[in-house]
Ligand binder design. Structure first.
Ligand code: SPV
Ligand code: MG
Length: 539
């Protein structure tokens, strides 16, 4: 239902209804969540929340901007406290139009003079507006509304200014005749006597709204019994915020710590919920779908010590060995980040506390001593989605290697060094057989992986190259990798399995793995001798 129609229904409802004050988007949303069917856009509270006085110190367009946030944040109607209409009939006409544009359901204007003063301050000195002039203002407002359900509430300040019941009744009648949809009758007494006397005379000529700020001890049943339509709780959101903020500010100031207040204030989770962060996430799924596909995840396996490096890895894992002043991991993170890759996960294990880079998601394989690469990878299984890079943590390669890999479009691509003969030291490496050997020709046909063997020595056997420990998957490839990983994780020997077992499993299930040949331009740091070579990779 339109907000205007909702407000009209509240005013005309045969049962007593309630509006709660709000003064910004957040308080308005909280009011709605509490179950209120409507909001009072209180002039006092909106002013106070900006630390200015309720004397029209805020310009009317400043009020408009605030009430727009309130309106945007809610689905229930707002009755704006429009003070005196911010001028004469002409200003009122423009106000109504602008409020309608901002989906504000109605406005209440009071028969005082601009700039007004709050009704509870020096009230007997407050001059009332000329009644005829005020009727013209009501009529101008009603004539300006585009939506028949927009409501103009006329507020009678006769009791506040000390003019008594007869003046109040005379003005209320005139305002109703001028077209007001309801009368707000205000009183500053601590008992509802003036209000009840008014109601006895007024009967049910038109809906009556009250603001029992001062006569708050009166049970709402009394208002019900006297035929009041709407009760406004006019300033209690603002006042509760004041008390809470004063307490928090002084506690934090005195303690120089957040400890005492942290669990007494709303959690950030609650704040994000109130801001509707969830809705944004849902919208991103719809509108950023392309981007989500483009978003690249990177997983770096850095759990192992590299015990063959002996003393060098006594206190740090091998991925933290420095090469030309920078650790391997730092270089790798920098290279990935340079390519715009932000979602980077590092699997730590041995001396995990040594790896502490910001903006990285960490997974810890605390069983690193008795498990192997796939156990580490399994920890980051949920990150294997969309486009995903999986890399050993102890390799360095030139930038173009990563660039070329990212340009490949196949579902799974691995980087293979064709120059196996450069391996002078015989140790375990991922040697591969491919659909064709590397050739240097420009338009060579695509090469595919046939088998990976994690071998200690070349053993005289001919291979097409060595997998360097770098691979990329598309969304489909990631799905296949996750499935193979899950399947292997059921096996009793899973803790001994390596990345080469994963690649072979993929091949066994018929998944094609594209090979991107390179000629050198990388090295791993498995041996002390390799460290000696790393000067070449300073860029
Ligand atoms: C307001 O909330 O700003 C009001 C009600 O106008 S009162 O403060 O009682 O005047
Ligand atoms: Mg006010």
């Amino acid at each position: 239902m339109k907000k205007t129609a909702q407000l009209r229904r509240l005013l005309q409802s045969p049962t007593l209804e309630f509006l709660m004050e709000a003064h910004n988007g957040l308080s308005a949303r909280i009011v709605e969540e509490a179950g209120f069917k409507g909001i009072w856009g209180s002039g006092l509270s909106i002013s106070a929340s900006q630390a200015v006085r309720d004397n029209n110190e805020l310009s009317w367009t400043e009020v408009l901007d605030i009430v727009e946030f309130m309106s945007d944040a809610t689905t229930i109607p707002i009755l704006l406290d429009g003070d005196t209409g911010y001028g004469n009939f002409n200003n009122m006409r423009r106000l109504v139009k602008k409020l309608e544009e901002r989906n504000v359901a109605g406005v209440c204007i009071e028969d005082k003079l601009f700039p007004k003063t709050n009704s509870f301050l020096r009230s007997t000195q407050q001059p009332l507006a000329d009644m005829e002039e005020f009727c013209g203002k009501i009529k101008a407002g009603k004539d300006s509304q585009g939506d028949d359900d927009f409501c103009v509430v006329a507020r009678v300040e006769a009791f506040i200014a000390g003019w008594g019941l007869q003046e109040a009744l005379k003005r209320a009648s005139a305002y109703q005749e001028a077209g007001a949809d309801a009368i707000l009758i205000h009183s500053k007494l601590s008992k509802p006597d003036e209000i009840l006397a008014f109601m006895k005379q007024w009967g049910n000529r038109c809906p009556v709204v009250i603001v029992p700020t001062k006569y708050y001890t009166t049970p709402s049943q009394v208002f019900r019994d006297h035929g009041i339509s709407v009760v406004i709780w006019a300033n209690h959101m603002m006042r509760s915020a004041v008390t809470a903020m004063q307490k928090t500010a002084s506690k934090v100031h005195d303690a120089e710590s957040l400890l005492e207040v942290e669990d007494k204030v709303a959690s950030l989770v609650e704040v994000f919920r109130l801001q509707r962060d969830e809705e944004l996430q849902e919208a991103e799924k719809i509108y950023l779908r392309e981007k989500e596909h483009e978003r690249i995840h990177a997983i770096i396996l850095a759990a192992s010590r590299g015990s063959e490096l002996r003393e060098m890895t006594r206190d740090i894992p091998k991925s933290m060995i420095k090469v030309n002043g920078k650790t391997l991991l730092e270089k790798m993170l920098g290279m990935l980040q340079d390519r715009g890759i932000r979602d980077i996960s590092v699997i730590r294990g041995y001396k995990k506390e040594a790896i502490q880079f910001p903006n990285v998601t960490y997974f810890d394989n605390d069983k690193y001593e008795n498990t192997n690469e796939l156990s580490s990878l399994l920890l980051a299984k949920n990150k294997i989605e969309g486009t995903c890079i999986v890399s050993y943590g102890d390799i360095i390669y030139r930038k173009h290697v990563l660039g070329n890999l990212l340009d490949e479009e196949s579902d799974i691509v691995i980087v293979v060094d064709a120059l196996t003969e450069r391996r002078q030291i015989l140790r375990k490496s991922d040697f591969v057989h491919c659909s064709r050997p590397y050739t240097r020709s420009y338009d060579e046909e695509a090469a595919y992986l046939k088998q990976v063997r994690f071998l200690e020595i070349l053993n005289g056997e001919k291979f097409d190259g060595e997998w360097i420990g770098l691979m990329k998957t598309t969304a489909r490839g990631s799905e296949a990798v996750r499935a193979a990983l899950e399947k292997l994780s059921q096996k009793s020997e899973f803790c001994r399995l390596n990345m080469s077992d994963l690649l072979n499993e993929l091949l066994a299930t018929g998944v094609q793995i594209r090979v991107l040949y390179i000629e050198g331009h990388w090295l791993d740091v498995d041996t002390l001798e390799d460290i000696g070579k790393t000067t070449a990779y300073s860029s």
